[in-house]
Design a protein around this ligand. Structure first.
Ligand code: C2E
Ligand code: MG
Ligand code: MG
Length: 700
């Protein structure tokens, strides 16, 4: 025996505790939780209880006289047989065996025991005793089962998830992936496990993905809202990535990366965004986009001390195109116009459809002289006719221009200034362009506000009629008047009918307003008649919109009756334009004539209609437009036209009246030409009814 072995023996002896056998017995008997049985082996073989500690006695239901009893005497038959068989197995197999058995308690609880059974031999190696140490392992089994089912549940969530889920280790390597992950990338499982996680995404996302991996491994969950991924075919799809660290005992053991495919949602959002910023008909940017872009451009130009132009374009007389070809035809024209306008767009000139027939260019960083050159190019686009249904049409635009920073500091006012400049162009004869100037502001009416006020004009009693006498040129007497509408608004003051009548027509307000005029005129006729002026006649203006409504006949008839006046005391003035649709106009005029009222053609000579209608329409009077009268004695041409109109009227048996007579010379000309009546400032301005009454007394 060497020195090392000697040392071991010594150590062993020094640690050996001299424990009393009784103490050991007591520990086993009362303090061990496991059940300990010692059985004596007898012939048969059979096994008899020699010793059972407290838990064993309790479990097997042993009474105090258990010593010497056999298994069969103590336990239920089935259980006893099972244990007996295990003990026999021990005898066959040798030193020690382990087995599990299950016991169902009377309460239904399932108990599982695990037993280690050992044989104790005597000096002659013959087995004397069998020792069974049995432990209730039910809680352990329960815990194991719970763990297994939790694992299965969690695995099912991963496996069946519609989002791609990758499990990564602490080195950021993919160690597991669900089916959705394979479907998203088109990799096989084997290949996917070899590809680096960040390699799944496009190059631009490399940095952010690397950050996600490091942050998550450090225990921090992270979300990337938008990240594009490339599949094995190189097809790009848009994803959202979320990482969740897997923490085991507070330490990160890897992480989950959930990759959601948001391609459809992204594309839908893109479409919605595109639609919200584009005009459907022309595909151009719309008003919303314009506001956004101009606001952005202001910020940009402010930084760069730059300038830009807003060019507001409106197609002249587009309403006529719409009226003639219908809305579909109008749309076709707009598309064709768009095609031409688009030719002028580039990286610094952007085109928008503002709405209707209005287009806007924004020229980034352009001087006013360049803008002017650009506008010339726009006008040049309209030099060639537009073809529609095998016919050629010439269309012209009117253009207003505003400039940043000169004309305003925010999008709304800059666009508004361009519109004011456009308005000025429209007022001054169209087909041209103008830069905004501050004086334009004063002339520009706020139509929206005006409409709101006009809506309440009747109820607020802001409307009234003025009457302009019509003088018989051979007798000098006044027998008739033209009723002219006046509007005195508390905000806008006196507004010219030339401004508010078109607004009323556009908004449909012309109907209640027109009815109001008919009633007031009839009422006034009745008042004058009651005062003895029984031959008085009043002419009222009927707007084309009103004229085409059947209701008009009913309304006029109703008021004639209500105020008990003869139809011959009422005259209606209709413009040539209103008689465009000949059949409908003829029907209407016949019905009006049937009522017995007079009908005159207002502003005669300025419309586009053929003179043919004069023969067939039941017309009584022609009113020579003031534009011809104004130039009498100065323009031979206008004199000739006036003469012709007077002759025409006479030859058709119509009465003729000249409007806008301001000078004596004009009166003389008209008298010589045998024009029956005249109306104008030379005789009298339009006046209130009470002022007229004073005149009537003078005249009669
Ligand atoms: P209109 O029917 O041709 O009316 C004649 C216009 O010429 C009136 O303008 C009148 O004030 C103006 N005037 C009369 N004599 C002279 C003159 O010697 N020199 C000049 N320069 N002008 C003269 P006002 O009242 O501004 O009306 C403008 C237009 O508004 C009218 O043209 C008519 O088309 C429309 N209007 C007026 N009242 C009504 C109405 O009650 N209903 C409808 N639908 N339209 C109306
Ligand atoms: Mg008139
Ligand atoms: Mg007129």
């Amino acid at each position: 025996m060497g020195p090392i072995k000697d040392k071991e023996k010594k150590d062993h002896e020094s640690t050996k505790i001299d424990i009393n056998k009784d103490v050991l017995y007591d520990i086993v008997k009362s303090h061990i939780n496991d059940m300990v049985f010692i059985m004596r082996l007898e012939e048969g073989p059979s096994f008899r209880y020699v010793f059972a500690n407290e838990p064993a006695k309790k479990y097997a239901g042993l009474q105090n006289d258990y010593v010497g009893k056999s298994l069969m005497e103590v336990l239920p038959k089935q259980q006893a047989t099972n244990i007996h068989n295990q003990y026999v197995r021990l005898l066959e197999e040798g030193q020690s065996i382990t087995y599990q058995d299950e016991l169902i308690c009377p309460e239904g609880e399932r108990l599982t025991n695990e037993s280690i059974v050992t044989a104790i031999e005597d000096k002659n190696n013959s087995i004397q005793y069998v020792v069974s140490v049995t432990r209730d392992i039910s809680p352990l089994i329960y815990e194991k089962e719970q763990l297994q089912s939790a694992k299965e549940r969690y695995q099912a969530i991963i496996d069946n998830n519609l989002d791609a889920i990758y499990v990564l280790n602490v080195h950021g390597e993919i160690i597991e992936a669900n089916d959705a992950a394979l479907k998203l990338t088109h990799y096989t499982r084997e290949k996917l496990l070899k590809v680096g996680f960040e390699k799944l995404f496009t190059k631009e996302n490399e940095v952010i993905i690397k950050k996600l991996v490091t942050d998550t491994i450090n225990g921090q969950s992270m979300t990337i809202d938008f990240c594009s991924l490339l599949d094995t075919n190189g097809k790009e799809c848009f994803t959202q990535v979320k990482s969740i660290p897997i923490l085991v005992n507070g330490k990160c053991d890897g992480f989950y990366a959930i990759v959601k495919d948001i391609t459809t949602q992204y594309k839908q959002n893109e479409t919605i965004l595109h639609m919200s910023l584009h005009d459907q008909l022309t595909g151009l940017w719309n008003r919303k986009a314009l506001d956004e872009h101009v606001s952005r451009m202001i910020t940009l130009m402010e930084k760069q001390s730059g300038e830009f132009s807003v060019i507001y374009l409106d197609v002249d007389r587009f309403k006529i195109i719409n009226d003639t070809f219908g809305l579909q035809g109008g749309d076709e024209f707009l598309k064709r116009i768009t095609t031409r306008l688009k030719k002028l767009t580039n990286s610094r000139s952007f085109l928008y459809r503002q709405g209707g027939d209005e287009f806007i260019y924004v020229l980034e960083n352009e001087s006013s002289s360049n803008t002017e050159r650009f506008v010339q190019k726009i006008l040049a686009q309209f030099k060639e006719p537009f073809c529609y249904e095998d016919q050629e049409f010439y269309i012209s635009p009117s253009i207003g221009i505003s400039r940043f920073p000169k004309d305003g500091y925010d999008a709304e006012s800059i666009i508004q200034k361009a519109f004011q400049a456009l308005f000025e162009v429209k007022e001054k004869g169209r087909n041209h362009y103008r830069f905004y100037e501050s004086h334009m502001e004063l002339r520009f009416p706020n139509y929206i506000m005006m409409e709101a006020h006009l809506r309440r004009a009747i109820e607020k009693e802001e409307l009234f009629l003025h009457y302009q006498p019509q003088v018989n040129l051979s007798t000098g007497k006044v027998e008739s008047f033209e009723a002219l509408l006046r509007w005195n608004n508390r905000k806008f003051g006196f507004v010219s009918p030339a401004q508010f009548i078109p607004l009323a027509e556009e908004t449909g307000l012309i109907n209640p307003i027109g009815d109001w005029v008919i009633e007031k005129a009839c009422e006034q006729i009745a008042v004058w008649r009651n005062k003895g002026h029984v031959n008085v006649r009043v002419a009222i203006n009927i707007s084309p919109k009103q004229f085409l409504q059947d209701k008009l006949i009913e309304t006029i008839g109703h008021y004639l009756e209500k105020y008990n006046i003869p139809p011959t005391s009422l005259e209606i003035e209709v413009t040539e334009g209103a008689m465009k649709d000949t059949q409908q106009a003829l029907n209407m005029l016949l019905k009006l004539k049937h009522l017995g009222i007079y009908i005159s053609v207002d502003d005669f000579g300025t419309g586009y209609s053929s003179l043919n209608y004069l023969k067939s329409f039941p017309i009584d009077i022609l009113k020579i437009d003031q534009s011809f009268v104004r130039e009498l004695q100065q323009s031979k041409k206008d004199e000739a036209i006036t003469m012709t109109i007077i002759h025409l009227a006479h030859s058709l048996g119509l009465e003729v009246i000249a409007e806008g007579v301001e000078q004596e010379g004009q009166v003389q000309f008209l008298q010589q030409a045998r024009c029956q009546k005249a109306q104008g400032f030379y005789f009298s301005k339009p006046m209130s009814a009470s002022d007229i009454e004073k005149q009537l007394e003078l005249l009669h």
